[in-house]
Write a protein that binds this ligand. Sequence first.
Ligand code: DC
Length: 234
Amino acid sequence: MTSDKKIIVAIDGYSSSGKSTMARELARRVGYVYVDSGAMYRAVTLYAMRHDLASPQSGVNVEGLVRVLPDIHISFAPAGADGVQHTLLNGEDVESEIRDMQVSNLVSPVSVIPEVRHRLTLLQQGFGEEKGIVMDGRDIGTTVFPDAELKIFVCASAEERARRRMRELQAKGEEVSFEEVLHNVVERDRIDSTREVSPLRKADDAIELDNGTMTPAQQMEWLLNEFNKATANG
Ligand code: DC
């Protein structure tokens, strides 16, 4: 039984910690809107790559990207038959492309730019105006929704997270080595946790979940229990 009281659920954590899967499934079970904030940073990164404003060779052209930010419109198409919500960049479905290794390698340097964060934070706060939302990311419990009624911080070892990411990429037919994926995971953790604006960190009032040895079913049981507790006194 879930109560009628609508809350905001913020799920933060390290890259490939499985937080998106958990967040999406929770939203589905309790009839909430799900927003993948990382997808928004990935879409901005893809836009920058397509407009020669970000590349592995020359990094990110910060000034250029800040100038074109007003031209970048991000939205989500409701989940289709695959059960996955699709990210739209200026109306184009880029859900698959934003998960590529190239985007993964450039998304953290794009995410340190204060103007990018400011713009996406405002957009994310707009999604949460009516509550009844589950959002996952790095700074949801600390910056986007500091008053969220339920905050979860997910962690697992870098090796375990790299193994999960590797499986996802292989399922898509992308050829990558374990070392490359592990390096990306560790490097993103480093940049995300040390950036000046809204670094990745556990909010003081977040509940920590180390899901390294838990099955998806066990994680969902744990999360639903926390959700029911958070909505109980409504
Ligand atoms: O959740 P993800 O791995 O798809 O996120 C991709 C990147 O986006 C992540 O490495 C850092 C950035 N990000 C962020 O800075 N703040 C968020 N709230 C979500 C993601």
